[in-house]
Design a protein around this ligand. Structure first.
Ligand code: CAA
Length: 445
C-alpha cells in the first residue's frame, strides 16, 4: 500500500461576518488594535439562521465529493468532530449522511458513522482514526470522510466573544493521497486540565488566561514526545507550521517557544549566540525561578532577531491568513491553518512537492498532538480548487444590532424570530423540527 493522508479538502464558512475592528470594538469600549494587533483578528464568521454544524459540514462534504467525482459507495466512514453537537446520542454524522443521501444516488447504509469529542483536537483525532482504519486494511478500498464543524459561540460579554467563528472543513482520507501524506510518528501532550469546558451548557466556561498557558504547556510536551517517535526536529526541515489557531496571537506566542525548542543545540543557536547569548540550561541556575526568568529574557530577545522573524514570516505567518478573517472554528481551526499555508505556497507559485509541514493540534481539557505531513504531487490542484476567497467576499456584513439578533437566534435559550440575512442557493439549509425534536434539512436548488 502507498501512504495514507488527505486526498482532498473543502472549507465552508458561515455566511455572515462580524467586523471586529469596525463594528465590535467600539461597542465593547475597546481599541480596534486589541483585535487587529493583539489577538490578530479582523473578523468572525457567523452562521445565518438556516445554517448550523450540519449544513456547513454537509455543504463542504457535498462540494468535495462532487469535485472528486465520488459516489456514496466510495465512502466507508463518516466521522464528525465537533464541540457544538446538539444531541448526546444521535451523532451529527447521521444528519450529514442523510443530507448527502438527498443529493447523491444510493445510500450510506454501509458506512461507519461516528462523532469524536476532545475539544478542538478531535478534528485531528478523527483524521487519525480514519488513517488507522485504512492502515489496518479495514476500508475495503473505500475512503473516509472526516468533517470538523463548529459554531464557536461564547456567551455575550465573555472575553471569548472576541474570538468567535463558525465554519466546517471536510477532508477525504485515502490511500495515495493528492494533498498530503501523514506521518506514522506522532507526539502527545495530554493532562487533566480545567481551562475550557461545557458541562451540559451551550456556551463554554472559560478561564481564558489559563487556557493560553495550558495550550503552550501541552504543545511543548507534544513536541518533546514527537521527537521521541520521529527524531529531532530542525526548523529548516519544515516549509510550514500550521497550528491550532483560536486567534493568531495565540500562535504567535506558541511559535517563538517552538522555535526556541527546535533550535536548541543546533547551529542556529550557535550563530545567534553572539547576538543574544546561548539558551539558558537548568543546570546553570540555583533555582527554578532564576532559570525561568532567564529563559523568558532569552525568548524575548530571540523574538526580535532577524533570523527568528524571517522563519516566522516564512513558516507560520501564511498559516494565519484565513483565521484572521473567520475567527476560531474549534475542531476545524488547525485544518484551516493548513489550507491557508498551502494556499500561500500556490499563490507564490512554489514548487512544493515533498515539502514537509509540522502540524500542531490542540484541544482544551487538554491535549496537544504533533505530526508531520508531506505535500504530494496533486497538492496544487487540490488547493486551487477551493473557493474560500469567494465565500469570504460574499459574506453579509452584520451591524452590531444584527449581530446581537444572530447570537440570540443561535442561543438555545432564547426565543428569536429574526429573518435570514442571505438566501440559500444550491446548498443544504435547516428546515425546522421533526416530531421527536430532531432537526430537518433540505437541499435548496
Ligand atoms: N493595541 C495592541 N494590542 C492590544 C491592545 C491595543 N490597543 N489592547 C490589547 N492588546 C493585546 C493585549 O496585550 C493582548 O496581547 P498579549 O496577550 O500578547 O499581551 C491581546 O491584545 C488580548 O488582550 P487581552 O489579554 O486584554 O484580552 P482579553 O482579556 O479580553 O482576552 C483571551 C483574551 C483570554 C484570549 C480571550 O479572548 C478568551 O478567553 N478567549 C477564549 C479562550 C481561548 O481562545 N484560549 C486560547 C487557548 S485555548 C484553545 O486554543 C482552545 C480553543 O480553541 C478555545
Amino acid at each position: 500500500m502507498t501512504g495514507v493522508g488527505i486526498d482532498a479538502i473543502e472549507i465552508r464558512t458561515g455566511k455572515l461576518k462580524l467586523d471586529l475592528a469596525e463594528t465590535f470594538a467600539a461597542e465593547m469600549g475597546d481599541a480596534p488594535e486589541k483585535y487587529t494587533k493583539g489577538l490578530g483578528l479582523h473578523a468572525s464568521s457567523f452562521p445565518d439562521t438556516y445554517e448550523d454544524i450540519v449544513t456547513m459540514g454537509a455543504n463542504a462534504a457535498h462540494r468535495l465529493m462532487e469535485r472528486k467525482g465520488l459516489g456514496l459507495d466510495d465512502i466507508g466512514r463518516i466521522d464528525v468532530a465537533t464541540e457544538s453537537a446538539f444531541d448526546h446520542s444521535k451523532p451529527v454524522s447521521t444528519y450529514i449522511g442523510g443530507c448527502l443521501e438527498q443529493v447523491f444516488e444510493g445510500d450510506l447504509h454501509h458506512a461507519n458513522k461516528g462523532e469524536r469529542k476532545f475539544a478542538c483536537v478531535s478534528g485531528t483525532q478523527s483524521v487519525d482514526d480514519a488513517y488507522n482504519w485504512i492502515e489496518a486494511g479495514r476500508n475495503r478500498g473505500r475512503a473516509a470522510l472526516v468533517i470538523a464543524t463548529d459554531t464557536a459561540l461564547y456567551a455575550r460579554d465573555d472575553p471569548g466573544e472576541a474570538t468567535q467563528g463558525a465554519g466546517a472543513v471536510a477532508m477525504l482520507i485515502d490511500e495515495d493521497p493528492d494533498l498530503v501524506e501523514l506521518s506514522k510518528a506522532q507526539g502527545y501532550g495530554s493532562a487533566d486540565e480545567t481551562d475550557f469546558l461545557k458541562p451540559q451548557q451551550q456556551f463554554p466556561s472559560v478561564d481564558g488566561k489559563r487556557s493560553v498557558k495550558v495550550y503552550l504547556a501541552r504543545m511543548r510536551e507534544a513536541l518533546v514526545d514527537y521527537e521521541r517517535a520521529g527524531g529531532e526536529i530542525h526548523p529548516d526541515d519544515f516549509r510550514l507550521g500550521p497550528f491550532h489557531t483560536p486567534f493568531p496571537g495565540m500562535v504567535r506566542k506558541a511559535a517563538v517557544l517552538a522555535y526556541r525548542h527546535i533550535t536548541r543545540d543546533t547551529e542556529i543557536e550557535d550563530e545567534l549566540a553572539a547576538e543574544i547569548g546561548r539558551q539558558p540550561r537548568p543546570e546553570g541556575f540555583d533555582d527554578d525561578e532564576a532559570y525561568m526568568d532567564a529563559l523568558s529574557e532569552y525568548t524575548d530577545a530571540l523574538k526580535e532577531t532577524d533570523r527568528y522573524k524571517s522563519w516566522y514570516d516564512r513558516t507560520i505567518d501564511p498559516t494565519l491568513d484565513i483565521s484572521r478573517h473567520v475567527g476560531n472554528w474549534y475542531t476545524g481551526s488547525v485544518h484551516v491553518a493548513r489550507i491557508a499555508g498551502i494556499k500561500a505556497l500556490a499563490e507564490a507559485d512554489e514548487d512544493a512537492v515533498g515539502e514537509q509541514l509540522l502540524v500542531g493540534s490542540y484541544g482544551s481539557g487538554a491535549q496537544a498532538e504533533i505530526h508531520v505531513e508531506t505535500l504530494q504531487e496533486g497538492w496544487r490542484g487540490e488547493i486551487e480548487a477551493l473557493d474560500i476567497d469567494e465565500q469570504l467576499e460574499a459574506r453579509y456584513d452584520l451591524t452590531f444590532g444584527e449581530y446581537e439578533e444572530v447570537h440570540d437566534a443561535h442561543n438555545f435559550d432564547e426565543e428569536s424570530s429574526v429573518e435570514e440575512f442571505t438566501v440559500p442557493d444550491g446548498e443544504f439549509a435547516f428546515d425546522g423540527w421533526g416530531r421527536m425534536g430532531e432537526r430537518k434539512y433540505r437541499y435548496v436548488e
